[in-house]
Design a protein around this ligand. Structure first.
Ligand SMILES: [Mg+2]
Length: 256
């Protein structure tokens, strides 16, 4: 890209904020400044409640005008929210059928139990129906980061579970999510799917976008965006993202 991006898209966990945690005030301020100069998307496997608690509630200072430039894509873009008339409105949601949900829930639980990965000590539910996605979180949604890291430091458990569940759900897609989570969706639903939807919805070509993520490695949940050919910026946490934005934002002329 020789010109500035018309849209900057971000992964959420470990890119804009620590996993399942609120934005740091410094990052919130940078996001508001970015919204003043270009379109911004946040795309994550997480659901809208997570966007609300981690991001929206921490953008208190942002004007309706600034928020109108924020595109929110929970569950990898199978849901899409825009700020209109002073509130966040769901523009669409592509949900799994009841049969798809029931099979996904049953298989992932059975496989996790048989592998010995069904933990007794958890922080919140292990299984979650996110509408367009079923999510397995080994230690529950609200597990502390240190516990998650300790549970599967190499990613081997998560990958074993993913492969075993995929074998039993050939018509669905089972993907590695966060550090201890596995997501089940329709086939072909990943962040690349969401980015393509975003290009259609906004009319902004993928070539004019930049994506920032912490898991652009081949096993990572951000990798499909890189494979799609979108220009990517790899970070290892929100401070990296903040440093990148400190460089990027001053290059834009303010919106008049
Ligand atoms: Mg991430």
């Amino acid at each position: 890209m020789t010109t500035l991006p018309r849209l900057v898209a971000f992964d959420l966990d470990d890119t804009l904020a620590p996993s399942k945690s609120p934005l740091d005030p410094a990052m919130a301020e940078l996001l508001v400044r970015l919204l003043d100069v270009t379109e911004v998307c946040i795309i994550s496997g997480g659901q809208i409640a997570q966007f609300t608690s981690q991001v929206i509630e921490n953008l208190q200072g942002a004007s309706d005008e600034a928020l109108s430039h924020l595109h929110m894509m929970p569950t990898c873009g199978t849901q899409y929210y825009l700020h209109q008339n002073s509130g966040w409105n769901q523009i669409y949601a592509e949900n799994l059928t009841e049969d798809e949900k029931a099979r996904a829930l049953a298989v992932v639980e059975r496989v996790a139990r048989s592998l010995g990965y069904w933990e007794a000590k958890t922080w919140g539910p292990i299984l979650e129906d996110r509408g367009s996605q079923i999510t397995f979180s080994a230690l529950g949604q609200a597990a502390p980061v240190s516990e998650k890291t300790a549970w599967d430091p190499t990613g081997e458990k998560k990958n074993t579970l993913r492969e075993a569940a995929q074998a039993e759900l050939p018509d669905l897609e089972v993907r590695s999510g966060g550090s201890t989570s596995v997501d089940i969706t329709r086939q072909g639903i990943d962040k690349a799917y969401g980015m393509k939807k975003l290009a259609e919805l906004t009319g902004i070509p993928l070539d004019d976008m930049i994506f920032v993520g912490d898991r652009l490695d081949e096993n990572g949940n951000d990798y499909p965006v890189k494979a799609l050919g979108v220009e990517c910026v790899a970070v290892e946490g929100w401070p990296d993202t903040a440093a990148y934005l400190e460089e990027l934002i001053p290059q834009f002329a303010p919106r008049s």
